[in-house]
Design a protein around this ligand. Structure first.
Ligand code: MSP
Length: 514
């Protein structure tokens, strides 16, 4: 990643089971992907951002049956619902992949054919405990008192003849991949995977004979493809793998998958092995983030403790939720989702720090400069320590943020940005433009006001990926056009803000909560 050159950037979310509606846990992964996509578009990269739905699963079939619907009709309705919800929540995905789509089914067939030709698919009798909630076979060590700890249900005993994938064959290659560079992040989770690989990988079942809902296995259509083997392929079917699309060569080498820790193993072990078998390079990176909990319990549809991101954002604003989830939890860690903490952040960071900065600054511009951005005196600026500090701090943020995004350090990015916002509030307190006005110190007043506006413009650009609506609202108040069309590197230089443009006093950005 480089700020000076245009790169390809491919970011994905897991594809979600659509037996129910999105909750704040799904929203977390999707929003993070959206933030990265927006940042990379802003710095000029060629971005492809994919999300979608995992439809060929037993729980989706069960949900359709419960709703007395045909699964095709049910998945059509639910997939539209998810897509609409993401749009409503301002998620800027470029492509929405469904695993019941033609391009996906063809991609699954193609990849399976490659693995089969490689001799990596074989048939054997298997008996195991299957959890429909996890959509996987569990081992004794996964269970707590015979129960799946995530779904609090008893797994079913299944005995059937299945097709298997020779995962064990890829043991050494996977170990090498895991140990080389930053394929699997964060490090702590990567180390868990290294331990897991050390304990000898078992081949995995990749078909089901008793299930009818799913993609038929071309080598034996009496079986359907196991939902995970099917689902993982979405990441390349979205790029047109089935037809050797140009997108594959541009975007696949830079693919980054964001996933929750629950499905990290599928993505860092099973998926690269499938690709290696089919002669496709593994993705560039997989990041496994932590979980939101409520009173220490995982938020999940099956536990019935979900928080709906739509009603949450209707109450607090979409960008408030984005800010909160990114600021509150270092990406990778677990955390309790707490409404009182959210409200505290809203009042403190958003209303008091950011809202107040914009409000007092636009007020001063209107009072002391007829609502126009004044011409700064660059000589005076150069010799004023407080002003050059504000400039330097702003300029330093550019590289800090770039490194932060490459390391998924969203919380640190926001912390640094908020320190900057606070420092501008302090700059105002220290330079006291109202005194400069009273004492008729024209060029000092004009330069200080200019600097405040320049820093606000910078804050808008820096804030945009995480709070796109709010950043644009502020940019509108200082009348600077559309952020996503700006040339990021040019517009983050000091003195790039044009003078003599008018500043409006806008609506209150963060009104008091009821
Ligand atoms: N369909 C599979 C994924 C296939 S990807 C090839 C699946 N779907 S899911 O609907 O269960 O969504 C799983 C993802 O949602 C998690 O990996 C995680 O990204 C997110 N989350 C679900 N609950 C979550 C929390 N409580 N907290 C944070 N994220 C969580 O698994």
């Amino acid at each position: 990643m480089s700020l000076n050159k245009r790169d390809f950037f491919y970011i994905t979310t897991p594809i979600y089971y659509i037996n129910d509606e999105p909750h704040v846990g799904h929203y977390y992964t999707t929003t993070t992907a959206d933030i990265l996509a927006r940042y990379h578009r802003l710095i000029g990269d060629d971005v492809f951002f994919v999300t979608g739905t995992d439809e060929n699963s037993q729980k989706v079939l069960q949900a359709a049956e419960k709703a007395s619907m045909d699964p095709v009709q049910f998945t059509d309705i639910m997939a539209k619902k998810w897509e609409k919800t993401w749009k409503k929540l301002n998620i800027s995905f470029d492509f929405f992949i469904r695993t019941t789509s033609k391009e996906h089914i063809q991609s699954v067939e193609k990849l399976l054919k490659q693995c089969h030709e490689k001799g990596d698919i074989y048939k054997k009798e298997y008996e195991g405990l299957y959890c429909i909630g996890c959509e996987k076979f569990l081992t004794d060590s996964d269970l707590v008192d015979g129960i799946c700890p995530d779904h609090k249900t008893k797994p079913q005993l299944l005995k059937e003849e299945n097709y298997f994938f020779r995962l064990s064959k890829y043991q050494d290659q996977l170990m090498e991949l895991m140990r080389s560079g930053d394929f699997a992040l964060p490090e702590a989770r990567r180390n868990e995977m290294i331990e897991f690989i050390k304990n000898q990988l078992q081949d995995i079942s990749i078909s089901r004979a008793t299930v009818k809902w799913g993609i038929p296995l071309s080598i034996d259509p009496t079986h359907v493809v196991y939902v995970w083997f099917d689902a993982l392929i979405n990441y390349i079917s979205a790029l047109g793998y089935h037809e050797d699309n140009k997108k594959m060569s541009q975007f696949w080498p830079v693919a980054i998958h964001l996933v929750g820790k629950d499905i990290y193993r599928f993505h860092t072990i099973m998926w690269p092995a499938m690709l290696l078998s089919a002669g496709v390079k593994p993705p560039k990176q997989v990041f496994g983030h932590g979980f939101f909990t409520i009173n220490g319990e995982k938020i999940s549809k099956s536990l019935g403790n979900v928080i709906d991101p739509v009603s949450l954002s209707e109450k607090y604003g979409i960008d408030t939720i984005r800010y909160f989830i990114m600021r509150e939890i270092p990406f990778g860690k677990d955390s309790d989702f707490s409404i009182p903490r959210l409200e505290q952040r809203y009042k403190g960071d958003l209303a008091d720090d950011l809202g107040n900065l914009i409000n007092r600054s636009t007020n001063m511009l209107n009072k002391f400069s007829q609502g126009m951005i004044p011409e700064p005196d660059k000589e005076w600026h150069k010799n004023d320590k407080k002003s050059t500090k504000v400039q330097k701090d702003g300029e330093n943020l550019l590289n800090f943020l770039d490194k932060g995004y490459a390391r998924f350090e969203f919380s640190q990015i926001l912390e640094a940005l908020w320190n900057y916002i606070k420092s501008i509030n302090k700059y105002i307190d220290d330079t006291k433009p109202w005194v400069l006005k009273k004492e008729n110190r024209g060029k000092e007043l004009e330069t200080v006001l200019y600097n405040i506006m320049q820093s606000i413009s910078l804050i808008c650009l820096f804030l945009y990926p995480i709070m796109p609506i709010i950043a644009q609202k502020i940019y509108d108040q200082i009348n600077q056009g559309e952020i996503h069309k700006e040339k990021y590197l040019e517009k983050t230089k000091w003195f790039s803000l044009p003078t003599k443009t008018s500043v409006k006093k806008g609506e209150i950005l963060f009104p008091p909560l009821d």
